[in-house]
Design a protein around this ligand. Structure first.
Ligand code: NAD
Length: 354
């Protein structure tokens, strides 16, 4: 066994109902006393409740998915005007993304309180959108110093959003198995992430207020993000990145739909990865484990339901190809990508369509 593995420096606290206390302790430990709180309008009440004991100079709710550059510029200016010395973000990946955009140019420490399973809080990846072009990069300054997990904050996440977001986390795990920097450490994290999502998500769907199911999903979303941050973007993330940026498709739902097609495409060419994924699901074949789970939780199943048009497939395939990692276990061609996208567009059976 030979590998080189980087572990990102980050403190993680996990406790249901404990976010306010953890935030107070962690912000004090950072020595911060001029806090900017970022939350979307929907999450601002929750954010106010959690940050009541902090010295907050600015509450900021101008959050937009995929962080348009002009939104980032306004938020940076607001942070500078108030001379804040730390950012607390409360929300999903869009909110964490705005905090990261500020940290990218200011170096301000971020304490992230995630309320979805997107996992942005555990990566050093930032994303900004200009027009319909999404740019991403990696920078240690954007990695939140602390993540405060509290599963009670996810109880309000509607079931369809929970399902899509949970499958976004599952996609981090599956793609980590063959991404360019895949190694035994991130594979182990990814496998535990798959196991915990497969156990937790059905509980969330059966009873959205089942705290145990929510905790399993949230714990798994952290593992998935650590695995993804370490292994890098594989074929799945490259496809979804182009679809999200160029066609403005919703992030989590796009991941949820595309994942089985990438697994069906790559799985047979990556037997060890497929075996690990299957073992984590407790099935003989990886694709069966994923499809069983998707059926059980009512997963989104066709890109055409999310605004992607059939006649956009050829251009999308051309745009994806140059980004596909050379190390992908199966050779990728424009024709192969078109077949995959056509299947994902229509929601065809992944086992026979790619
Ligand atoms: P999101 O943050 O846009 O949230 C989705 C919706 O759920 C929003 O309407 C939000 O207000 C609502 N919501 C969030 N938490 C809620 C709660 N607890 N209860 C009720 N409603 C709630 O979506 P997302 O999928 O979490 O994040 C997507 C964004 O994150 C994308 O821009 C994506 O590129 C980015 N992302 C980045 C990384 C990274 O490593 N940089 C990783 C994953 C995702």
């Amino acid at each position: 066994m030979r590998f080189v593995h980087d572990t990102l420096p980050q403190r993680v606290t996990f406790g249901s109902g404990e976010a306010a206390a953890h935030l107070e302790r962690e912000v004090a430990a950072l020595g911060a006393s001029r806090v900017m709180v970022i939350a979307s309008k929907r999450e601002m009440d929750t954010a106010e409740r959690l940050t009541g004991n902090l010295r907050v100079l600015l509450r900021y709710d101008d959050v937009v998915m995929h962080v348009p550059v002009e939104v980032a510029a306004r938020a940076r200016e607001a942070a500078a005007t108030h001379s804040v010395d730390a950012i607390v973000s409360v929300g999903g990946g869009s909110t964490t993304g705005l905090a990261k955009a500020i940290a990218l140019t200011t170096g301000l420490p971020v304490v992230a309180v995630p309320t979805t399973y997107a996992g942005s809080e555990a990566t050093a990846v930032w994303g900004l959108t200009e027009g319909n072009r999404k740019t991403t990069g990696t920078d240690p300054r954007v990695l939140p110093k602390v993540v405060v997990y509290d599963a009670t904050l996810t109880l309000t996440l509607p079931v369809p959003v929970s399902v899509a977001s949970g499958l976004n986390a599952l996609a981090h795990c599956v793609d980590a198995m063959w991404a360019p920097k895949a190694d035994p450490i991130n594979a182990a994290l990814a496998a535990e992430g798959i196991r915990s999502l497969a156990a937790g998500l059905p509980k969330v769907v059966t009873d959205p207020f089942d705290l145990n199911g929510r905790e399993m999903a949230l714990y798994a979303s952290y593992l998935s993000a650590v695995a993804f941050a370490s292994a890098g973007s594989g074929l799945h993330h490259k496809i979804c990145h182009v679809l999200g940026g160029a066609y403005n498709l919703p992030h989590a739902q796009t991941h949820a739909v595309v994942l089985p097609y990438v697994l069906a495409f790559n799985g047979p060419a990556a037997p060890e990865a497929a075996h690990r994924i299957a073992a984590a699901f407790g099935t003989n074949r990886a694709i069966d484990g994923l499809e069983d789970l998707r059926r059980e939780i009512g997963a989104p199943h066709a890109l055409r339901d999310y605004g992607f048009a059939e006649d956009q497939i050829p251009a999308a395939a051309e745009a994806i190809l140059p980004a596909v990692p050379e190390s992908n276990p199966r050779p990728v061609t424009v024709a192969g990508l078109e077949r995959l996208l056509r299947a994902a567009w229509s929601g065809a059976d992944p086992k026979s369509a790619v």
